[in-house]
Design a protein around this ligand. Structure first.
Ligand SMILES: [Zn+2]
Length: 141
C-alpha cells in the first residue's frame, strides 16, 4: 500500500491510499479520483508520504543486519579468545593435534588449518575437533 498526498485544482489537499503507483495512475486517468472537498476530478499528486510497507521492510532489514552484526561480533570474540589462549600451528595442525591426542602428557590448546580430508581422518581416529568460522577482522569484509 502506498499513501499519496493529493491536491485538486482548487488547491484542496487530501490523502488517499492506493495499492501502488500504477493503481493511482490508472484511477487518475479514468478520472476515478475525486477531491474529497469539492468533488473535482482534476487531481495531482502532491508530496509522497513515507510508504508504510517500506518502513516495515526497513525495520526488518535493520533487524537482520543487527543480527548479522551480533553473530559477527560473537565470532570475532571467539577468534580473539582463540588467538589469545591457543597456540597457532598452521598447517601442522593435524600432526600437532595427534601429538597431543596420543601423548596424554601434553595438554595444550592449539589451532590451525586442516583440510576437509584431514578433519575427517582425525574424526575417524576419535579426535574431536571444532571448526570455527574464521571471520575477517576488517569491517569491510
Ligand atoms: Zn478540491
Amino acid at each position: 500500500m502506498i499513501k499519496y498526498n493529493l491536491k485538486c485544482k482548487n488547491k484542496h489537499e487530501f490523502e488517499s491510499w492506493f495499492l501502488d503507483s500504477k493503481e493511482f495512475e490508472k484511477l487518475k486517468s479514468k478520472k476515478m479520483i475525486e477531491c474529497t472537498l469539492c468533488g473535482t476530478k482534476s487531481i495531482e499528486k502532491s508530496i509522497m508520504s513515507p510508504n508504510i510497507s517500506n518502513k516495515e521492510q526497513e525495520d526488518k532489514n535493520t533487524k537482520s543486519s543487527n543480527n548479522i552484526k551480533k553473530v559477527r561480533d560473537d565470532l570475532l570474540k571467539m577468534r580473539n579468545f582463540i588467538e589469545k589462549n591457543f597456540e597457532y600451528v598452521g598447517t601442522n595442525f593435524p600432526r600437532e593435534v595427534r601429538n597431543i591426542y596420543y601423548d596424554k602428557r601434553k595438554n595444550k590448546n592449539i589451532y590451525g588449518k586442516a583440510t576437509q580430508e584431514e578433519t575427517e581422518e582425525l574424526k575417524e581416529e576419535g579426535i574431536e575437533l571444532t571448526t570455527v568460522p574464521w571471520i575477517d577482522k576488517r569491517e569491510d569484509n
